[in-house]
Ligand binder design. Structure first.
Ligand code: NAP
Length: 301
């Protein structure tokens, strides 16, 4: 139990770009941390940083008081998490799921957690792994307020100031999707403007640092745009990638699904997403989002 009297043991399932940042953040704040990843080699940096590496997801769940999960998508989540044995290991414990999933998938997760007596906090991360490591990313949560309050020292370790949006598990996800509805097209729009500068022979540096970035100073978004600018100017899309284009596309599909669920015309979102899809079709799926710029300027056509 996370009751404030005993040292808390935290588990992390998934050590991709985001999961490894979450594990690093916990280790940096001295939490006893057990990690598991499907591809064991990716657990090595966490082990070196002081984590115990579990041999299975169930072992990590059994040896933790609170389990954090951050996997690629619902397919990964259901294969890894939604097993009977793992459910039993989490009875009376708190599960913090940070995987990007759709509304109907969340319903299945909530039902599974309820059946197994697990207290579920469902979160959305409005930033990059670098923001989580720096403690400047306010993760948004939906789920029982009591579980949120009890877990607060751990949630604070995960990126900074956590925000409880509502008791409904979907609350944090939907607030996150409202934010993403703004953020994702805005980042694509930034790259579109950059492509226009490139085609018109204008300075990308002036566009980014003279016009776009000054009013955004200090925000998570400004850090993201700085990274897009650097990658676009260098035309290098494989350095310090915080989130692959494919992960962006999966999360964007979930934002579009949310708009659909609430009867909003998603045309505005699908237009921006189509530019990401085009870049993926051109072979940039594992590259940085800035590869949309390369796809737009289309020098290879
Ligand atoms: P990533 O680097 O691609 O990592 C994906 C993780 O999922 C890896 O641990 C991978 O294990 C695991 N995985 C994939 N398929 C699996 C399967 N079938 N069974 C078990 N494990 C599986 O992705 P990420 O950037 O960390 O993103 C993870 C989640 O965080 C996504 O839902 C994403 O939307 C969300 N998120 C990411 C960011 C970001 O900036 N990166 C920001 C906000 C939210 P292997 O190592 O074995 O492949």
């Amino acid at each position: 139990m996370v009751d404030g009297n005993e040292p808390v043991r935290v588990g992390v399932l998934g050590l991709g770009k985001m999961g490894s940042a979450l594990a690093d953040a916990l280790l940096a704040r001295k939490f006893e941390t057990t990690v598991w990843n499907r591809t064991p080699a990716k657990a090595e940096p966490s082990r070196k940083a002081g984590a115990r590496v579990a041999r299975s997801a169930s072992e990590a769940a059994r040896d933790s008081d609170l389990l954090v999960v951050c996997l690629a998508d619902y397919a990964a989540l259901s294969t890894t998490l939604l097993a009977e044995e793992l459910g039993m290991s989490l009875r009376n414990k708190t599960l913090v799921d940070l995987t990007s999933i759709k509304a109907n998938e969340l319903k299945e997760l909530v039902a599974w957690a309820k059946r197994n007596g697990i207290s579920l906090l469902k979160g959305t991360i409005p930033g990059y792994p670098a923001d989580v490591r720096a403690g400047t990313c306010s993760i948004l949560y939906g789920g029982p307020r009591r579980a949120f309050d009890t877990a607060i020292p751990i949630l604070q370790a995960l990126g900074g100031s956590p925000v409880h949006i509502g008791e409904d598990h979907a609350a944090g996800v939907e607030m996150g999707r409202a934010y993403y509805s703004f953020l994702f097209p805005a980042l694509v729009a930034f790259l579109y403007g950059a492509a226009l500068c490139h085609r018109a022979g204008l300075s990308l540096d002036t566009y980014a640092h003279g016009l776009i970035l000054p009013p955004l100073k200090g925000s998570v978004m400004s850090g993201m745009i700085e990274r897009l600018t650097k990658a676009s100017m260098a035309r290098r899309y494989d350095e310090d990638v915080q989130s692959s284009l494919n992960i962006w596309r999966g999360a964007f599909d979930n934002v579009i699904d949310c708009a659909d669920t609430h009867g909003l015309d998603p045309a505005f979102l699908t237009a921006a997403k189509a530019l990401m899809d085009r870049a993926e079709a051109e072979g940039f799926g594992e590259k940085d989002l800035a590869a949309v710029f390369e796809s737009l300027i289309g020098d290879r056509r």
